[in-house]
Every structure is written in C-alpha cells, then in structure tokens.
Write a protein that binds this ligand. Structure first.
Ligand code: P6P
Length: 335
C-alpha cells in the first residue's frame, strides 16, 4: 500500500522553519473548515440551503445560502483560536477584527468563502480561496494595514475545490501540494505532491462573450492563443466554466492560462485582488508559472481597498509574458 500522508502529517513535516504551532494549526483550521463546507456543499441539492439567501453582499451580489454558510464557518473556526489578528472576507464590507476577549495572534487570513457561487444551483464545481499574511502590528488588534498587504508578502495561499472530489491545494512557499478528501476517513490525503504547470500548455480560459469590450491588444492576444495571429501562437483549446477555482485548477494540472481582462466599462476587470488574484498568483509562481494584471506582477500590486479588482492573467509563464508584450506594444503605438 502506498504511503498514506494526511494533510496534518504533511504540514508538520514541511512547515516553514519560522513556523511555530500557530501557523501550522492555522492551516489545520482551514482544512477543518473545508471539510465542514464540503459536507454541506455535497448535499446542496438535498438540504434546504440552495437558492438565494435574500441578502446581498458588499459586491451587491445576491448571497446564496451556501455563501453565507461558508463565510460563517470559516469565521467561527478561526475567530477564537488566538492565531489571527484580523480577517477579511469577500462577503463582508470591512476587515473582521478578532472579537474580545479572544487573544489575538500573529497572522491575517483573507478569503473568498465560496467563489463561483452562482454555479451552486447548477452543480458546477465551486471553491474557497485563502491567503495568509503575518500581522504587521504585534501590539495592536488587526488594522487595515495588516490586511492590505501586497501578495509578495503572503506566507501561505491555497484553495479548496468542491467538485467531483474535494481537494485542498496550498503552498507555504515550498512548492504547491494537493490533498484529496477521503469522505470515509474524513481526512485530506496527499494526492498531488509538488504540482508544477506542465509544458506545453493545453488550455486557455476566458469569457469570449466580452470580446468586443476588450482592447485591440487583448483581442490580438486571444487570436494569438488560438494560433490565428501569425506569430507562433500556441493554438490552445478553450475551456471556461465560469468558476475561477475550477478553471485555475484544471489549468494547473494540464497547463494553460486563465484570463479576465479589463473591459471598456470595467478598467479593473472583475477578479478581486486581495483574496482571489493574490493567493492564486502566489500558487502559480510556486508552480513555475506567473500572474500579471497585464502591466505588472499581481504579487507586486499594493492593495488600497479590501475589495479592489484587477485584470488577471495567470498560468504558464510564457503565455502570461506574451500578454504583457501585446499590451506594451499597444502602449508604444498609442504614445
Ligand atoms: P463571468 C464567479 O462569479 C467569478 O468571480 C469567478 O469564479 C469566475 O471566473 C468569474 O466570476 C466569471 O465571470 O463574467 O465570465 O461570468
């Protein structure tokens, strides 16, 4: 029988040198929250938690009941452990301070509790995305500057994919590792050690319905991805299911690029920087890839607002570099 490695064992064996129990236990906490959310998500069709919760979130989006549930689970698993000084969630307007009388800790957790939630009712895979920073102010209970840090300062990042199986994929800066939930054991078991973006890439992911909203450079870049733009384009196949975590995960396994470009009326695109693009950018770089806004590395962008958006191109390094070249040429021509 091949070696059975639980996520707890793996975290202990590979924990960064600086990590004490606090950081390691925070990763356990996230794994626990993932199990609880997976349990509920897999029953979404059976238990009355489908459909809209009625409320709308900070993004002005209809909150699905599972959205609300997932956000609440992550908060309640993490709010009292003494490992965090603050949290931020896609579902909440401002930073989430650690309630008194709980002890504050040394880390910050940013998360999108259930990305792609509009897919819940149609049984398409959805996901949780998270990032972990160190607290900057040891003596104070978490403040906005503890949360508004560039992705380059992430100490860990990952996602949970609730699909045909439940997977937790994370990095602490020592490679990207994937764990698959064994529902009988209730354990995440190591299934994908040291994940790397394969070369050559296979897929590109973008919503072609918005083609007319993109700049000419992006339109040319998409034709290049399809092998139609003359210069040695990779002639990739298109896969896009409207669920960022699922599209990212498939491209991580098969090689490819996820694109959410700026549009004429959405200059910053749709994807959120702090708790979506940043953590995925960290994972991509750890897997040998790269993530860009089209103009600069995602990891170098200094957030100024919890919910700010960014154009996002993430995947194989050669594909992402090329979109920067197309946009650079457009800037040279237009100046
Ligand atoms: P569009 C889901 O709402 C999400 O934030 C991502 O999961 C997904 O990649 C994107 O939006 C889909 O957006 O505009 O193509 O429907």
């Amino acid at each position: 029988m091949s070696k059975i490695v639980t996520i707890e064992r793996f975290i202990l064996d590979y924990q960064p040198d600086y990590a004490r129990g606090e950081f390691t236990n925070l990763l356990y906490d996230i794994a626990l929250a993932a199990k609880v959310i997976a349990h509920k998500t897999n029953r979404a069709g059976l238990v009355d938690i489908l459909g809209r919760a009625g409320a709308t979130n900070i993004q002005g989006e209809q909150q699905q009941k599972l959205d609300v549930f997932a956000d609440d689970i992550i908060f309640r698993v993490c709010d009292h452990t003494g490992r965090l000084c603050a949290m931020a969630s896609e579902e909440r307007e401002d930073i989430i301070p650690i309630p008194e009388p709980f002890k504050k800790g040394s880390y910050v957790l940013v998360y999108d509790p259930l990305d792609g939630s509009s897919n819940i009712d149609v049984n398409v895979s959805i996901g949780t995305i998270f990032g972990i920073y160190r607290c900057l102010n040891w003596d104070l209970r978490g403040r906005r500057e503890d949360v508004l840090q560039p992705g380059r300062r992430l100490v860990a990042a990952g996602y949970v994919l609730y699909g045909s199986s439940t997977m937790l994929v994370y990095t602490t800066g020592q490679g990207v590792h994937g764990f698959t939930l064994d529902p009988e054991l209730g354990e995440f078991l190591l299934s994908h050690e040291n994940m790397r973006l394969p070369e050559p890439p296979t897929f590109y992911s973008v919503n072609h319905a918005y083609f007319d909203r993109w700049s000419p450079a992006i339109q040319r870049y998409l034709r290049w991805l399809q092998g139609r733009e003359g210069r040695e384009g990779p002639a990739l196949s298109s896969r896009y299911i409207g669920s960022l975590v699922a599209d990212f995960h498939r491209n991580l396994l098969r090689g490819g690029i996820f694109c959410y470009p700026a549009e004429k009326d959405k200059p910053n695109g749709k994807i959120r920087l702090l708790y979506e693009a940043g953590p995925l950018a960290f994972l991509a770089e750890q897997a040998g890839g790269y993530a860009s806004s089209g103009y600069e590395p995602i990891l170098d962008i200094d957030p100024t607002d919890l919910h700010q958006r960014t154009p996002l191109f993430v995947g194989n390094r050669s594909l992402v570099y090329q979109v920067e070249r197309f946009l650079q040429e457009e800037r040279v021509v237009s100046n």
